[in-house]
Design a protein around this ligand. Structure first.
Ligand SMILES: [Zn+2]
Length: 195
C-alpha cells in the first residue's frame, strides 16, 4: 500500500484553505519526496492565484510558471518534487470527477499524487504513474504525521510518574498483587491482561 505522509501543520493549513474558500473549490500544488513508491511525504504547499466557483478552479495565467521558477531558484533539485496536487470539493462529496480525471491525464511528469478533500474533513488520495507505463489511480493511504510536543511530553511524563506503579517482577510472574494496594487500578481488568 502506498502511504502519503503529510505533517500535521500542512494538513491543518490545507483544511483552512478549503474552509476559507467554501462554498467554492480551491486547488493547489505541493512539493513531495518519494523515498520509494510506497512512501511519499509532502514537504510544502503552494496556493496559486486562481479563479474559482463551486465546480472547478483555474490557475491564473503564468502562476504555475512563477511557482516553478521560485522553487528552482531556491534549489534546482526541487523541481522534480513538484508532483503533489490537492483540491477541495468545498461542501460536496470527495471523488474523482470527470474534470479531475482529465486534469490528472494531462499531467506532464513521471508521476503525480492527488488529494481531494471537503470542508467536513473527508478525503481520498491516489497516485498516478506515467512512465515507463501508465498506472492509473493507485490507491493511497494518507498518514498525518503529528510531531511530538516537548511540553505535552513533560506534562504526561509527570502524570505517568504520579499515577503508575510498576508491578514487581515476582508478582508479574505469579499474577499476584502482593505489594500493590487495592484500588490503585491494577487488577481492574484482570491481572493476566497486564502480563
Ligand atoms: Zn475534483
Amino acid at each position: 500500500m502506498v502511504h502519503l505522509h503529510i505533517p500535521l501543520g500542512l494538513w491543518q493549513r490545507r483544511q483552512s484553505y478549503a474552509r476559507a474558500a467554501s462554498p467554492n473549490e480551491v486547488t493547489g500544488i505541493g512539493l513531495m519526496k518519494m523515498a520509494d513508491r510506497e512512501f511519499l511525504s509532502v514537504t510544502r504547499l503552494f496556493l496559486p492565484k486562481q479563479s474559482t466557483c463551486a465546480g472547478f478552479c483555474d490557475f491564473a495565467e503564468g502562476e504555475m510558471n512563477q511557482i516553478i521558477l521560485e522553487v528552482i531558484q531556491e534549489d534546482p533539485k526541487q523541481a522534480k518534487m513538484l508532483c503533489f496536487r490537492w483540491h477541495s470539493h468545498a461542501e460536496g462529496p470527495v471523488f474523482w470527477s470527470g474534470r479531475d480525471e482529465q486534469d490528472i491525464d494531462a499531467w506532464k511528469g513521471a508521476w503525480v499524487a492527488n488529494l481531494v478533500v471537503n470542508v467536513r474533513g473527508d478525503y481520498c488520495a491516489r497516485l498516478d504513474i506515467f512512465e515507463p507505463l501508465r498506472l492509473k489511480n493507485i490507491p493511497v493511504e494518507v498518514a498525518i504525521d503529528c510531531p511530538l510536543d516537548p511540553e505535552i511530553d513533560k506534562v504526561c511524563a509527570q502524570e505517568v510518574h504520579e499515577k503508575l506503579t510498576e508491578i514487581p517482577p515476582t508478582c508479574q510472574l505469579t499474577g499476584q498483587m502482593t505489594g500493590v494496594k487495592k484500588g490503585d487500578g491494577y487488577g481492574l481488568f484482570g491481572s493476566k491482561q497486564h502480563l
